[in-house]
Design a protein around this ligand. Structure first.
Ligand code: JFZ
Length: 481
């Protein structure tokens, strides 16, 4: 009897276990189609609404820091005691035709003892910069993070031995700076990429593609990108080097999909695909190319665009640090560029090239401080603004911006005005006040249809203009005419 009961108990227990197993199987069966759906989202066919939502913070933030930093900061433009030709310090491996094993010796010296991530993030913040894009890997192939896919990185290969991206992404998060990563498709160090092209690594159209390139793309690039996104949670992937013949439009589309599938909200520049036309950086219109924004390099668009764009620019003539480049743009030029870019509806990504010790060069720091000071007073006219419907400028020295979604206009004057200033395309609301940002007193103004808006600037205010003023912003409530 007892045996039978135990048997029955055993049987019902087995039955229960089977039932649970069966139900679980049903559950995961139900889950499957859902999962498949997620994987097949076509990020290239995004609705305008979702695109606008994804781009919102970037459009509002306007001003970011580009950082070109890596092994090239060690030679800093000089090889075998000779100044290497070409502007770009980060191109030294190509420009001086340095063999891979010789270049690796510079990596063995990369030990930036003075690198201070918090200091860098503070520099960005004080400059009024809202996001950063740093070279996780430039064309030389050396990684600034602890990659598990490769040993050619700052932790495994260089004496420094610390993960730079980890430190900087943390420091930026603390300061509220959005973190972005530059990643070069070109890799002069990788045997399945452009290392085989030595002594001319830079693979322009007339050179042959590496037949193994797709293996490098699948087994090296993609796993590295996955690491970067999973470990440092970047808001932007900024690709570069898309021009090589190895890399195709189809691979670009696929790469865009891949990166978005890892983090759907991420922003990706247009160098993920082959659409870019020259340094002007906007996409050709012969077909649909991937990429969220255009990338004019060392230049500003002639006029506004219906597409999103970001102008990246150096403060001297090089991206990566060069000992002998002292050709600095003035603070005035940099601030006026930011104003011009903003009025044309773009973003400004301003570069620094830190030294091998880990310091942002003093001339860059000085300029960034001045820009920050100017933005503290005039930031309203830059952040979260939009371009005007009609004229973004009046003559060479006046630019306009507008508070997003509001009838608040900013007229930014980049040269010391006379006692009055006349604006042609704005009509203030009746009885509204016009303010010069940074000054308490509101200004006298009159409007008539023929002349336009005349603003009177009292002498005592006019006399405050000095060499560190750079530009004045007039804030006007009203409408475009
Ligand atoms: C690229 C990089 O090669 C450069 O080192 C830097 O990172 C910059 C932001 O981007 O610059 C280019 C890109 C394309 C050309 C020249 C420089 N080009 O097509 O002549």
């Amino acid at each position: 009897m007892a045996g039978k009961i135990i048997n029955l108990k055993l049987i019902s227990l087995c039955f229960l276990i089977l039932l649970v197993l069966f139900m679980n199987a049903c559950k995961s069966d139900k889950k499957k189609p859902e999962k498949a759906k997620i994987e097949t989202v076509n990020y290239l066919k995004e609705s305008e609404e979702s695109f606008d939502q994804r781009m919102k913070w970037w459009r509002d933030d306007r001003f970011g820091m580009f950082i070109h930093w890596g092994v090239y900061a060690v030679p800093a433009g000089i090889y075998n005691n000779k100044e290497v030709k070409g502007h770009n310090g980060e191109w030294i491996m190509n420009n001086a035709q340095i063999p891979v094993i010789e270049y690796e010796k510079f990596a063995k010296q990369f030990d930036p003892a003075k690198f201070d991530a918090n200091e860098w993030a503070k520099t960005m913040k004080d400059a009024g910069m809202k996001y950063v894009v740093i070279t996780s890997k430039h064309h030389d192939g050396f990684g600034l993070w602890d990659s598990k896919v490769s040993d050619y990185d700052v932790v495994d290969f260089a004496p420094f031995g610390k993960d730079i991206l980890k430190a900087l992404s943390k420091a930026c998060k603390k300061q509220g700076i959005k973190f972005g990563l530059y990643y070069s498709i070109i890799d002069w160090h990788h045997p399945e990429a452009q290392a085989i092209n030595y002594p001319n690594y830079n693979n322009w159209e007339d050179l042959k593609a590496n037949p193994k390139f797709s293996s490098y793309l699948e087994n090296y690039m993609k796993p590295q990108l996955k690491e970067l996104i999973e470990n440092y949670d970047p808001e932007i992937i900024w690709f570069d080097g898309e021009w090589i013949p190895d890399f195709t439009h189809e691979q670009g589309l696929e790469l865009y999909q891949y990166v978005r599938s890892l983090k759907p909200s991420i922003l990706i520049n247009n160098r993920v695909d082959k659409g870019r036309s020259g340094m002007q950086g906007m996409n050709k219109e012969d077909k649909k190319y991937a990429g969220d924004f255009g990338t004019p390099e060392q230049e500003i668009l002639e006029t506004t665009s219906t597409l999103d764009w970001e102008s990246c620019m150096t403060m001297n003539d090089t991206w990566g640090f060069k000992t002998n480049d002292h050709h600095w743009k003035s603070t005035e030029v940099l601030i006026h560029n930011l104003i011009d870019v903003t009025a044309k509806g773009g973003n400004y990504l301003l570069n620094v090239g830190p030294t091998a010790e880990g310091l942002i060069p003093k001339p860059s720091i000085d300029r960034l401080k001045q820009i920050g000071k100017w933005l503290k007073i005039n930031g309203e006219a830059i952040y979260a603004t939009e371009k005007l419907q009609n004229n973004y400028k009046q003559g060479d020295h006046i630019r306009f911006t507008k508070e997003k979604g509001k009838s608040v206009y900013f007229s930014i004057v980049m040269k010391k005005p006379g006692k009055t200033i006349i604006l042609k395309n704005l009509r203030p609301d009746e009885n509204s006040t016009i303010q010069l940002l940074g000054m308490e007193k509101s200004l006298k103004w009159e409007f008539n249809a023929e002349e336009g808006l005349k603003i009177v600037i009292p002498k005592e205010i006019l006399n405050t203009w000095n060499k560190n003023t750079y530009a004045w912003t007039f804030k006007i409530n009203g409408n475009e005419i």
